[in-house]
Design a protein around this ligand. Structure first.
Ligand code: ADP
Ligand code: ADP
Length: 221
């Protein structure tokens, strides 16, 4: 048991004199062990929803609850084992190699030694083994993105959120990423991925559609 539940989530942004409702009353639930794909046109509110769910933003209205052991904690205290986000803007540390970026969550916990083999396995699975010593600026966007997903998966987070994680990938690498995401869900993670990738919808347990700041069950018609 774990995951998250949102009820009536509203988020407004001011744009000049106008107020834009990026989220106009979102209800959703993602359970532990579930891989949910979130589909919607650009501007429909997907990134805003992920920012809320990972604690980067707070809702103007509504309730967001984490389930299971996370439910007793405040989101500010969540670490990489609790919740990991793959942002659209990636956010690798520029002066660390790809390998060190992947290992970073373990370094911060003082468990880099025990997590080393898993970090190397993820680098290999994602076709990054030969690039382990490169810095992010020496890697392609797709390679950087795979390193970010590997970093997010390293400590087997209870909640995994990702914004278009296959956006910069060819079909083969996208498949590899999706394999790892499915495996994370099978291992008990609650997984929510915003994606335009129809292959990701096919691999997901459930698809949610987002339009004008509202989430509905099922693929877009
Ligand atoms: P998506 O991820 O589906 O493309 P977003 O969540 O980025 O959608 O955006 C939803 C709406 O909220 C859009 O109209 C966008 O312009 C607006 N928006 C998002 N972030 C901000 C912000 N920081 N300031 C003002 N408007 C924003
Ligand atoms: P804990 O030991 O409480 O599990 P971690 O060692 O996982 O904490 O996290 C250490 C630091 O790394 C945190 O203070 C936080 O700032 C940062 N951090 C943890 N998880 C994430 C995440 N998912 N995304 C971005 N930064 C994170």
């Amino acid at each position: 048991t774990g995951g998250l539940v949102g009820r009536g989530l509203v988020k407004r942004y001011r744009r000049g004199v106008e107020t834009v409702s990026a989220l106009a009353g979102v209800d959703l639930r993602v359970d532990a062990g579930e891989f949910v794909a979130l589909v919607g046109p650009s501007g429909s509110g997907k990134s805003t929803l992920l920012a809320l769910l990972c604690g980067w933003e707070t809702a103007d209205e509504g309730e967001l609850r984490y389930l299971g052991p996370l439910g007793d904690r405040r989101p500010e205290t969540f670490g990489w084992r609790d919740l990991a986000l793959v942002p659209q803007a990636l956010g690798l540390v520029g002066d660390l190699s790809l390998a060190d970026n992947v290992l970073l969550p373990a370094r911060l916990r003082g468990t880099a030694g025990t997590e080393g083999p898993r970090a190397r396995a993820l680098l290999t699975d994602f076709g990054l083994a030969h690039l382990a010593d490169r810095y992010p600026s020496q890697a392609s966007l797709g390679e950087q993105q795979r390193a970010v997903v590997a970093r997010a998966l390293l400590l087997r987070p209870a909640v995994l959120l990702a914004d278009e994680p296959t956006a910069h990938q060819d079909r083969g690498h996208a498949d590899g990423l999706l394999d790892a995401v499915v495996e994370a869900a099978r291992g008990g993670a609650a997984v929510l991925i915003a994606t335009h990738d129809e292959l990701a919808w096919a691999r997901a347990d459930r698809v949610l559609s987002m339009r004008d700041g509202v989430v509905t069950e099922g693929a877009p018609s």
